[in-house]
Design a binder for this molecule. Structure first.
Ligand SMILES: Nc1ncnc2c1ncn2[C@@H]1O[C@H](COP(=O)(O)OP(=O)(O)O)[C@@H](O)[C@H]1O
Ligand SMILES: [Mg+2]
Length: 384
């Protein structure tokens, strides 16, 4: 079937989509080359079909999502690609979608920022059926990334992302709240996470940091806009791409993110867990995205007796070890360590609320947090 790839109200290009597989079968006329998604490789002035397909299918819920098979069964849907088409590819993190020529739609009436949506898909993703009636498959959850269970909810004019944790400690939501607390104390822009509960299981809730006029472009898509020369590090390549594209504030933003990740020993800051924000109409770059998704940290999947803050730990995305990655921090002048005094007490109070964290684990985690802050402070002192 023929579709137009849209960016808000603007037609970008024509494409054919095979509705059985939801794959892009062909690309037609290009109306607005500047609005082609960032990072899609071009071939002779036209987007390469393989690259556009990777971008498009990358919008679907990843196959690795926890509980996905059960969710598809509950919804009686055979694939995540089908869900992608059910919501026209619309998301709450950017402004792209596809408009079917056979049944054209008006962006103002369908976008999820201004129009309400059902929680049916979100509930299915959390393993819950939605009553006996017909379920609505038009949901921004169909385009949400990441492997943790999650769903978007409508709260008046606000859009909130609710995320679960993983076995055995369900610690990620508590870690998100800890990261918010650290970043708030340091005055660093961040998605602010609060704690909620699904029976005894903790959840994190944060507000959409994208609105009707902006969009998130992941670091991965920026990174891919040029091939990395062999003599350049991953960090240098990303920073250089941002600077060449005219994106402001990226070095400072990376300093802040890397400092947080060192403190909380984040093990999963891959290139889709940070990025930049732009105006979706003017395409003006606004700067780094507020820091989000910091929950995969604080030894969330390790036994308490394996937690050792002094031990070097795996990191992403620029180096494989935190001891090496922390060297990319270009300045500590912005970091007031006194603002972090007592943050472990906040963390202890959070951990104490969860049945999945015993007292011993809580004490080890809080002591480890204090130690990590001291370790970063020592690194900063050596640099001054
Ligand atoms: N507050 C937010 N506002 C807008 N988009 C968000 C927000 N939080 C997450 N996202 C988008 O949703 C994706 C998945 O969320 P994330 O927190 O990374 O989940 P996971 O922990 O499963 O990786 C992110 O990669 C990002 O594109
Ligand atoms: Mg993520």
């Amino acid at each position: 079937m023929n579709y137009t790839l849209m960016h808000k109200r603007l037609p970008v290009l024509e494409l054919q989509i095979d509705e059985e597989t939801s794959a892009i079968a062909g690309i037609g006329e290009v109306f607005s080359a500047e609005h082609i998604p960032v990072g899609v490789e071009m071939d002779d002035g036209r987007p390469a079909r393989r690259a556009l397909n990777a971008w498009w299918q990358g919008r679907a819920i990843p196959a690795s999502r926890s509980g996905l098979r059960d969710a598809l069964e509950l919804m009686n849907v055979s694939s995540t690609g089908l869900l992608l088409l059910k919501c026209f590819g619309l998301s709450l993190s950017d402004q792209y979608w596809v408009n079917a020529h056979a049944k054209p739609l008006d962006w103002d009436r369908i976008n999820f920022f201004q129009n309400e949506f059902s929680e049916d898909v979100g509930n299915a993703l959390f393993g819950r059926a939605s009553g006996s009636g017909e379920i609505s498959l038009v949901s921004p959850d169909n385009t949400s990334d990441g492997w943790l269970k999650k769903k978007w909810v409508v709260a008046g004019d606000r859009r909130l992302l609710v995320k679960g944790g993983s076995e055995p400690a369900y610690q990620e939501p508590l870690n998100e709240v800890l990261a918010s607390s650290i970043l708030k104390r340091l005055g660093v822009p961040h998605a602010h996470y609060e704690l909620a509960w699904d029976k005894d299981r903790p959840l994190s809730v944060c507000e959409d940091f994208i609105n009707i006029s902006t969009e998130l472009v992941s670091a991965w898509h920026i990174y891919k806009t040029a091939k990395k020369p062999n003599n350049r590090s991953y960090y240098q390549h990303y920073l250089q791409r941002c600077e060449e594209m005219g994106i402001p504030g990226v070095r400072e933003g990376l300093d802040q993110m890397l400092a947080l990740d060192y403190i909380v020993v984040n093990s999963d800051r891959h290139f889709n867990n940070f990025g930049v924000v732009r105006d979706a109409e003017s395409l003006v770059w606004l700067g780094p995205a507020p820091i989000f998704d910091s929950g995969t940290s604080m030894w969330h999947n390790q036994f308490a007796n394996r937690i050792n803050p002094e031990m070097d730990a795996p990191s992403k995305p620029f180096n494989t070890k935190h001891s090496a990655q922390v060297r990319h921090i270009s300045s500590f002048d912005w970091l007031d360590f006194t603002a972090l005094k007592g943050v472990e007490e906040e963390y202890a109070a959070l951990l104490a609320q969860s049945d999945f964290i015993d007292d011993a684990r809580r004490d080890v985690l809080c002591a480890a947090l204090v130690r990590r802050i001291a370790m970063l402070e020592a690194i900063a002192a050596r640099r001054r």
